[in-house]
Design a protein around this ligand. Sequence first.
Ligand SMILES: *Cc1c(COP(=O)(O)O)cnc(C)c1O
Length: 369
Amino acid sequence: MIPQIDLTRQHAALRAELLQALERVLASSRFILGPEGKALEVEVAALCGVRHGVGVASGTDALHLALRALDVGLGAEVITPAFSFVASASAIVHAGARPIFADIDLETFALDPARVERAITSRTKAIVAVHLYGHPADVDALASIARRHGLAVIEDAAQAIGASYAGRPVGSFGDLTCLSFYPTKNLGACGDAGMVVTDREELALRVRRLRDHGSREKYQHSELGWCSRLDELQAAVLRVKLRHLPAWTSARRRLAAQYSAMLADLPLTLPIERPPAQHVYHHYTVRSPKRDALAKALAELGVGTTLHYPLPLPSQPLFGSTGGPPEVDCPRAWRASREVLSLPCFPELTEEEVEAVGRAVHQAVDRIG
Ligand SMILES: *Cc1c(COP(=O)(O)O)cnc(C)c1O
């Protein structure tokens, strides 16, 4: 069986380094808001090409607190893709605002800028641009729309750390950018963790306050905040892994190129990399109208796959009360949810395994006709 993802290989390879980092934190017994978190914030902000990083408890909290830092709340509308992980939209609801779902570009799975422009009203305050599967959204077009209409841009880079657009890293385009260090992400903690990065000092200070009970100085609470911090054990783990991220990204890009060469002649739609974007292949996701049969045949051939994601966001019961658009308004999001299938994709996958998956996909396609 070749799994869609296997974290045990990474942790076996890094075991000594990780244990050493955990020992260091245990010895210091400083677990919340200490030197590891501070160092990680500096390192991740630098990777994203901005000056400030603020560690928080998860990628979801990063999105929620980024919106709060912009004072996007009650009465506001925030445009977000109709096809993404749930948190890209649920964070907007948590902030008190209303998610307005716009359709995606079926080639990149990111927001279609023309659809964003059409969704703008007098209540629109921000755009959440998701770099889905690790492919950067069309940040130039989105930034220009945002400028023209006076909107803020939040990058949801939960799946795209290390990706770039026109040579600039993701994280350097939005007013604020949200990262997730969920264990399966390209840079994953051994638990939950996330970060907000930004070049705007006032917004960084605001997120810093909001993550820690609304206080900048101990026991001085200037506003209502949350308890959402990235702890020292996770920060120490992430700092070890961050050193390996460039090599992991190269490995992901290599295996994607290998898949794309092997599968080019099949009746499948393969992921593309649209210049000037640089993809980091958090997922290698193909499309097929016979997706369910393909997944079943691959399982029988010993290849694990995952559906990211089986439902478009507007059809999630969670968003029902906010009046999401019907399928006719976001046909590509609906189509994606019916057709996407993610193949095994993680840096430790061997060349032989990628070849075996490629052969299995050929066999599966033959089998389902
Ligand atoms: C994982 C993810 C999130 C949420 O991150 P958590 O750390 O799981 O809270 C948000 N948006 C996208 C696109 C994600 O993939």
